[in-house]
Design a protein around this ligand. Structure first.
Ligand SMILES: *Cc1c(COP(=O)(O)O)cnc(C)c1O
Length: 406
């Protein structure tokens, strides 16, 4: 028996929601693969992927199966008890990466919160309280808790909330000399996004990450890779550190890990993990059976040679067509990124207008993202069909043409 639901529309958002978001004018109500339908039945192609979350598109049968089977079995027991899906997921992540230990939570910010607390705890235990400084990069993004906005360091996210967490400094991204000048015996951790996602899809240079690894070793600092956006196949490797061949001490993962079900993970070694002894850190929901069952299914599909090779092939399909659109329209000067995290850098004439391009794309039936005001970002499903890529980019091209005609 279904209960009659009260009708709601976009205008309700402005009446009953905290106004910290500014959602699009339409409300998606259903999704299948890389297509989404709104309340009016209009169909859109989804290249936004829930901000690099819907790794297998919408309602992937393997994920629906895992979720519904778990929903009929066991939802939640808290960490007073462990559970089978969490242990299976930890095994999968440990088998597939450098890590020997996993900590589960519910979001990217929480996974970074755990990483930063672990780094400070390790330094505190091994070297004493002086060694607590964290070095992050300019324009980085690590989440919205007070600790993570302080580490991210972007004033638009961190100003106006009272005293910030101290002991954090910021150096320009991809600038090894700047890192070398800043790092010291007081540094407990250096945190880097292998590809800066939110601030423009900027990939790290391999030499930069290699140099950061060396400096961290020299100064007994931990190297943390924030792979919340780049992880779980996004780059065509399971994690971006494997793409670069530079191994961190701590890695954080979220977004695609749950394919749309909230989950985060912090991965590390046994030696470091032991510093988070019983009672030092925790979360009620972390490692929830529903989330872990879905994440297991995500990894089973993504971490195969076929899926990972497919991501590299789809990158080429996006890139060549986008470069063509960029050249013909004069809209962007560069198409950058790795795998299915792609950024189109707007030309001088279009700088600051990424949001206008998003809106124009939506009107033609294709959902895309921005990464700051100057970059249009694509973070589609990792198994997006070639036909959907072609149709979605045809719509995008029409949107661009109309925008230019004014
Ligand atoms: C999205 C993101 C986060 C924050 O994740 P939430 O799930 O929104 O808390 C942290 N770091 C990076 C690199 C991200 O892209």
């Amino acid at each position: 028996m279904s209960v009659e639901q009260a009708p709601v529309q976009r205008a309700d958002f402005d009446q009953v929601m905290v106004p910290n978001y500014s959602p699009a004018a339409f409300i998606p109500v259903r999704g299948e693969g890389s297509r989404v339908w709104d309340q009016s039945g209009r169909e859109l192609i989804d290249f936004a992927g829930g901000i690099a979350v819907n790794a297998l598109g919408h309602c992937h049968p393997a994920l629906v199966k895992a979720l519904t089977e778990q929903a009929n079995t066991l939802w939640h027991v808290s960490n007073v008890f462990t559970n089978e899906p969490a242990l299976r997921l930890a095994h999968k992540l440990v088998d597939a990466t450098f890590a020997e230990r996993a900590f589960f939570c519910n979001s990217g910010a929480e996974s970074n919160e755990a990483a930063f607390k672990l780094a400070r705890r390790v330094a505190h235990d091994r070297f004493g309280p002086e060694k607590h400084e964290i070095i992050a990069t300019v324009n980085s993004f690590h989440g919205r808790t007070l600790f993570t906005v302080s580490v991210g360091g972007q004033p638009k996210y961190s100003d106006g909330f009272g005293p910030k967490i101290t002991g954090i400094s910021h150096v320009p991204y991809n600038d090894l000399e700047a890192l070398k000048a800043q790092i010291s015996d007081k540094t407990c951790a250096v945190v880097i996004e292998p590809i800066q996602g939110e601030s423009g899809v900027v990939p790290a240079d391999k030499a930069y990450l290699e140099g950061a690894r060396k400096l961290c070793d020299e100064y007994n600092a931990l190297l943390i890779f924030d792979e919340v956006q780049t992880g779980v196949g996004r780059t065509g490797s399971l994690y971006a550190y494997q793409h670069y061949g530079v191994t961190p001490d701590i890695l954080t993962s979220a977004k695609s890990l749950g394919g749309g079900f909230p989950i985060g993970a912090m991965l590390t070694t046994t030696d470091l993990a032991k510093h988070l002894a019983v009672g030092t850190h925790g979360t009620t929901y972390g490692g929830n059976p529903l989330a872990c069952a879905v994440a297991c299914a995500v990894l089973d599909v993504v971490n195969t040679p076929e899926t990972l090779a497919g991501i590299k092939a789809k990158h080429e399909r996006f890139k060549s067509r986008l470069e063509q659109i960029g050249q013909q329209s004069g809209l962007f000067t560069q198409v950058r990124g790795v795998g299915l995290l792609i950024g189109c850098v707007l030309s001088d004439a279009w700088k600051g207008k990424a949001k206008d391009i998003l809106n124009a794309a939506e009107k033609e039936g294709v959902m895309v993202l921005q990464a700051g005001p100057d970059v249009v970002r694509f973070a589609p499903s990792l198994v997006v069909e070639d036909a959907d890529i072609d149709e979605g980019l045809a719509r995008f091209e029409r949107a661009v043409a109309k925008l230019i005609q004014g």
